[in-house]
Design a protein around this ligand. Structure first.
Ligand SMILES: Cc1cc2nc3c(=O)[nH]c(=O)nc-3n(C[C@H](O)[C@H](O)[C@H](O)COP(=O)(O)O)c2cc1C
Ligand SMILES: [Fe+2]
Ligand SMILES: [Fe+2]
Length: 408
């Protein structure tokens, strides 16, 4: 557990987690941090605690003691977000202290009761409500519903102008010595941009319209520091992560970098040959290619790379009258996450009657993905000269169609 004073009377506790599947499904090559915060006026508030993750009250006492806080003085637990990665510690906290007030939205209160029972003192807050902690510290509360759960809010401290955002403005990736944007090396900045997109695509993307509304609300506030529940804190350029989130929201609606992600699967190499041909063609045009074989690539990586790309190629053979299942599965996942508006090309081999294209169309329709396919090319057996020619034309059309979507 890393502890740091981040402003007058304000402390961050941060914990690195490696070797976990986030939400029990996302493989994180660079791990994730869990950040929680303490604001100390006369009264003390814990915001989005993860302290005592290990369930040992002694750890909590020790951690609080190190920043000169007596657990007896904690009056409020501010729960910006009820997901158990941030609220699960309440169960342990109650073992050592029961006289506290939990602060959350009306929707949050319903969820608190469902998870932790009726016997918690809850203060329900609405837009602009505040708590005066004394000694000049005041917290104000601002609901931002559906930052992937319906009860979410952000908390603002008026004297330091710190905005505590929990999942909003989060990123994956663990932190060692550097926690603030102005401390980061160039490599760390690049890492957190990549891991920010991973977090956005894996966790935040499904509700992009509401997410944009949440970001817009934070942009109207006078914010000196963004302090999220995962990843770095932003005090030099707090608006950077807000703008990044808006940019990634555009990526989720079809824009992207001058990159093509090829999602491919092949049992005996016929589709693979053409996928490699398409890759070489794109690279000869100076376009970066992410060449992702399924099922060997994690879903987390596919979502991240597709989010960043202005073009996508799906290359998969027919399998039992449908699409090669590992590729069909990831397209379905992209649809569930509402990755929409991407420019794309499909091709794949079949043995006798095809079927992959038909299933692809069903998946696209089911999730109303609104992808713009320049062509669907199904070829019989091993690829022959006309098949390569058709794919070459498809690749050229894809590159052409991408131009209006590429972020300059
Ligand atoms: C388990 C299995 C199921 C298949 N089902 C179909 C099918 O329903 N319709 C069809 O036209 N071909 C089917 N095929 C044939 C493949 O689509 C064909 O061999 C194709 O060339 C494989 O491409 P690949 O080398 O890229 O894996 C199937 C092949 C396998 C191994
Ligand atoms: Fe969450
Ligand atoms: Fe979270």
């Amino acid at each position: 557990m890393f502890k740091k004073k981040i402003a007058e009377g304000t402390f961050m506790f941060s914990m690195n987690l490696d070797d976990i599947l986030f939400e029990s499904m996302w493989e994180l090559p660079h791990g994730v941090t869990m950040n929680s915060y303490i604001v100390k006026g006369k009264d003390i508030a814990i915001i989005d605690g993860v302290i005592g993750w290990d369930g040992v009250p002694e750890t909590l006492y020790k951690s609080l003691g190190e920043v000169d806080i007596n657990s007896e003085d904690i009056k409020y637990l501010v729960v910006n977000h009820m997901e158990p990665d941030h609220s699960g510690w309440i169960e342990n906290f109650r073992k050592i202290k029961t006289d506290f007030t939990l602060v959350t939205t009306a929707k949050g209160a319903e969820i608190v009761k469902a998870f932790y029972g009726e016997d918690i003192d809850i203060m329900i807050v609405k837009e602009g409500d505040s708590i005066d902690l004394g000694n000049g510290k005041t917290l104000t509360f601002h609901p931002v519903p559906n930052v992937h759960w319906p009860e979410t809010m952000v908390t603002y401290e008026t004297s330091t102008k710190i905005l505590f955002t929990c999942d909003l403005f989060g990123a994956f990736g663990t932190m060692e010595e550097h926690h603030f944007d102005d401390e980061m090396t160039q490599e760390e900045v690049a890492l957190f941009e990549q891991e920010g997109m991973r977090y956005f695509s894996n966790v935040m993307m499904t509700f992009v319209p509401l997410l944009k509304r949440a970001v817009a609300k934070t942009k109207t506030m006078d914010v000196a520091m963004v302090a999220p529940g995962h990843g770095p804190l932003y005090r030099e350029h707090p608006e950077k992560i807000m703008n990044d989130y808006l940019g990634w929201a555009d990526f989720a609606n079809g824009q992207g970098n001058n990159e093509v992600t090829i999602i491919w699967g092949s049992m005996y190499g016929s589709t693979q040959k053409v996928a490699e041909y398409a890759k070489a063609l794109l690279e000869s045009k100076g376009i970066k290619v992410n060449f992702l074989q399924m099922p060997l690539t994690t879903e987390s990586d596919v979502l991240t790379d597709v989010l960043r790309s202005a073009g996508v190629i799906i290359a998969a053979p027919t399998y039992e009258y449908k699409m090669f299942p590992p590729v069909a599965h990831i397209i379905d996942e992209l649809g569930r996450k509402k990755m929409s508006g991407k420019n794309a090309l499909y091709f794949g081999s079949f043995g006798w009657s095809a079927g992959a294209k038909k299933e692809l169309e069903v998946i696209l329709e089911t999730h109303r993905m609104n992808w713009n396919f320049v062509d669907f090319i199904e070829f019989n057996g091993t690829p022959k000269e006309p098949d390569f020619k058709a794919v070459e034309q498809g690749v050229n059309a894809l590159v052409e169609s991408m131009q209006s979507k590429i972020l300059k």
